[in-house]
Design a protein around this ligand. Structure first.
Ligand code: 2RA
Length: 331
């Protein structure tokens, strides 16, 4: 079945990656419509050798036969236009955080909870990139050994902040003052992603905590998180400590991860093999290494998880959701 696809935020970093992933995965597109803000409208983008003019998004943009709309244009655009698209019968896959915690809106990572897509009411939320890569590795372990507690420590690339983040690192490396981040990012680590909340955590940290519980559908999980911006251009790295209810042999952990959907285990310290951000750009899998028992606990492990935050962390995850929409005959 061919589908009519709209991309909202088409000229942004994730928007352009939507196009690349749709082409890479040969998604069956009948018609393609590209939308952006006034600033970028009129430009054209190439898809499968054809040029498409980017239109300015407005209230009437969905008054045409669109089956699925992929949004990545910020929370305000999603809040305003996703309901309009939904009213026109479009299924929205929203990359922003606007709807993620709404109880009647599925929050989906296809390797983890694809069935939740069937309960959509017109909007399906794409989780935060740092959450997506973690739960792809955690889900199979949770199913087998029942997670009790998770400690997240992240090392997040500047591409998570879009072109502003990339510019700040480029300028910073040239010795110029950066203007986007609150402090110098070059040769530095900033324990500050998104804004601070009353409880002393940042929104990014609370997203990981709240989204993990919703995606794994387990609100008894004990989770804490520290999210840090590091001077890496692309790919997020995460140190994840997990405490399980059940006992295990470390070989069982390796076996479970090696058989996990969407996971590649790279773990051979004798040959200095572990996932590296520099090697993961452009890939759609989640790479796991440094897998080892946490001897300070009865049933605990540590692991190192790396993924491309723009692909698996955003664009590819959304396109995979769109693939399931077709697979489940929801359009
Ligand atoms: C970041 N996860 O890395 C957030 C949003 N992409 O900045």
């Amino acid at each position: 079945k061919m589908a009519n696809i709209a991309i909202v935020g088409a000229t942004g970093m994730v928007g352009r990656t939507f196009l690349k992933v749709l082409e890479d995965r040969n998604f069956p597109i009948e018609n393609l419509y590209l939308f952006s803000s006034k600033k970028s409208a009129g430009s054209s983008l190439e898809f499968k050798g054809k040029n498409y003019i980017v239109e300015e998004l407005n209230e009437n943009s969905f008054d045409r036969d669109i089956d699925i709309a992929l949004f990545s244009a910020g929370g305000n655009v999603s809040l305003k236009y996703a309901p309009i698209a939904k009213e026109k019968g479009v299924i929205v896959v929203d990359n922003s955080s606007a709807f993620r915690m709404h109880k009647d809106i599925p929050l989906v990572v296809p390797e983890v909870n694809p069935e939740d897509i069937k309960n959509h009411n017109g909007i399906i939320a794409n989780p935060n990139c740092s959450t997506i890569q973690a739960v792809v590795a955690l889900k199979p372990l949770h199913d087998k050994f029942k997670i009790k507690r998770i400690v997240y420590s992240t090392y997040q690339a500047v591409s998570g902040s879009g072109v502003n983040g990339i510019n700040d690192l480029e300028e910073g490396l040239k010795g110029n003052k950066n203007i986007f981040y609150p402090h110098q990012i070059a040769n530095n680590c900033l324990p500050h992603i998104d804004t601070f909340l009353e409880n002393g955590y940042t929104k990014e940290e609370m997203k990981m905590i709240n989204e993990t519980m919703k995606i794994l559908n387990d609100y008894s999980l004990k989770i804490t998180s520290t999210t840090v911006r590091v001077p890496v251009f692309n790919c997020h790295s995460e140190s994840v400590n997990v405490e399980f209810e059940k006992t295990f042999e470390i070989e069982d952990i390796f076996k479970t991860l090696r058989n996990a959907h969407g996971v590649v285990v790279l773990d051979d310290p004798s040959s200095n093999e572990y996932p590296l951000a520099l090697n993961v750009t452009g890939k759609d899998e989640v790479f796991v290494g440094r897998i080892r028992r946490d001897f300070s606990l009865d049933n605990g492990i540590n692991m190192w998880i790396v993924a491309d935050n723009i692909r698996k962390g955003a664009a590819t995850n959304a396109v995979q959701i769109a693939e399931y929409i077709l697979k489940y005959n929801l359009i």
